[in-house]
Design a protein around this ligand. Structure first.
Ligand code: SDX
Length: 394
């Protein structure tokens, strides 16, 4: 403590806001969106219905949902001039860097977004615009990285079908419309849709609190999610499992590394700031993982390694003492890989799922007219000292 300042690095014990959107109980492994259990939503809802629920607070009626879906479908095209950005990126530039750039650039194509005093109608139009264009931007990033021609959205496809068609269209139609694949994508995007005040969501709220436009705020959130300790973990999990496989599949060796204080290696996909029990999302994703791999007839050796690693960690005192369990990122990459996504696209898929949550949280912060975020600090630097002319410096 220093004066009236309470230091709380990583805000582990700081409540930054009041929110009515998502509730987590880390001890009991409970997650609800607007009061609805994630297990119910993953099992019975669709991604756009959950997006509407998160942003507007209620499950939509049939007509309202139909209009929401139609409005989004009608806005899925992106300005052809946005292709120029892709021409500028080096061929191996990371998709998350491209995504944050392209989402931030939307404020240039839609300058009305710069007005911090938009009417509800203008704000809703901006929200529809971003939800609609994200899957197109994401799919074009993957196509450009493969040197394939981009695929345009179709007016008679659903949101997930359109996304999968823009990613796999013309090369793998049967996968695009396989009901198991479509169901897995709905589940994955629903399970990633919001998670209260995590690092990237807090970033979106912080940037938005200065009255920066929504596209800039979400672009900032994308960059925060990129970090391997946060959303980047789903890519890091696959890279870790690959390394274990290539190193003879010795899971115990990597468990020992994860426990060694002198080794910076961490078991990616394990541990969570809030969940000190199983991450409820990980349970659902693990089941979906088995279903998808079985349906697609995919034998992925890293899945066996993941299961061995999970089993070993859950019975290891180091992990038990620290309440380290698999989190949302531990199995999601295995499904994405089975669906045919490159591993550097996994965090982009996390962002596609998290978008409604970021929008909902940004909207709540604005609707509640929250003050600009500006925390204090405990100063530990030099006391006042005189300027020394360069000739006199040692
Ligand atoms: C997400 O916040 C959210 O809600 C995030 C998220 C969302 O939906 O938005 O759920 C998505 O980001 C999930 C987390 C993905 N990240 C990873 O899987 C990376 C690996 N996990 C960790 O780095 C870590 O567990 C964090 C970052 C997730 C949480 O870190 P904390 O809460 O700051 O905990 P900590 O670093 O203080 O660790 C506590 C102890 C330490 O040991 P001691 O110093 O007490 O001896 O646990 C150890 C850590 O060394 N530890 C691990 C570990 N995670 C924590 N040791 C080995 N492997 C790990 N993965």
């Amino acid at each position: 403590q220093s004066g009236y300042i309470t230091l709380d690095p990583g805000f582990k014990n700081t409540g930054s806001t009041k929110s009515a959107i998502t509730f987590l109980d880390g001890e009991k492994g409970v997650l609800t969106y607007r009061g609805y259990a994630i297990e119910d939503l993953a099992d019975k809802s669709t991604f756009l219905e959950v997006a509407y629920l998160l942003i507007y607070g209620e499950l939509p009626t049939k007509d309202v949902l139909e209009k929401f879906r139609a409005d989004i479908r009608s806005q899925m095209m992106i300005h052809e001039d946005m292709k120029n950005f892709f021409a500028g990126f080096p061929s191996k530039s990371h998709p998350m860097g491209q995504l944050s750039c392209l989402v931030g650039a939307l404020s240039a194509f839609y300058p009305e977004s710069l007005n911090p005093n938009q009417t509800d109608e203008e704000e809703n139009k901006m929200i529809i615009n971003l939800l609609a264009k994200m899957p197109t931007i994401v799919s074009w990033i993957q196509k450009k990285s493969l040197g394939h021609p981009v695929v345009y959205p179709k007016n008679n496809f659903g949101y997930i079908e359109n996304f999968l068609n823009m990613i796999f269209g013309e090369v793998n139609q049967e996968k695009t419309f396989d009901p198991v694949v479509i169901d897995a994508m709905h589940k994955l995007l629903i399970l990633h849709a919001d998670h209260e005040q995590n690092c990237s969501t807090s970033t979106v709220r912080m940037v938005g609190s200065s009255n920066a436009n929504m596209y800039a705020s979400i672009s900032a959130g994308i960059n925060a999610l990129w970090g391997p300790l946060h959303g980047g973990a789903n890519q890091a999990v696959i890279e870790m499992l690959e390394a274990i496989k290539n190193d003879g599949g010795d899971a115990d060796k990597y468990l020992a590394k994860a426990k060694d204080k002198n080794d910076p290696f961490r078991l990616m996909g394990f541990g969570h700031r809030v969940y000190k029990n199983f991450d409820p999302r990980a349970k659902i994703i693990k089941k979906a993982c088995d279903d998808v791999l079985e349906k697609l007839g995919v034998q992925d050796p890293v899945l066996d390694i993941a299961k061995r690693l999970e089993e070993a960690a859950l019975s290891d005192q180091y992990f038990i003492d620290r309440k380290l369990y698999p989190n949302v990122d531990f199995y999601s990459g295995i499904i994405y890989r089975a669906l045919g996504f490159n591993s550097d696209m996994f965090t982009v898929l996390f962002a596609l799922g998290r978008l409604p949550g970021w929008i909902a949280q940004w909207k709540e912060m604005r609707d509640n007219k929250e003050p600009i975020g500006r925390p204090r600090q405990v100063y530990i630097g030099e006391n006042l000292r005189q300027y020394v002319p360069i000739a006199d410096r040692k």
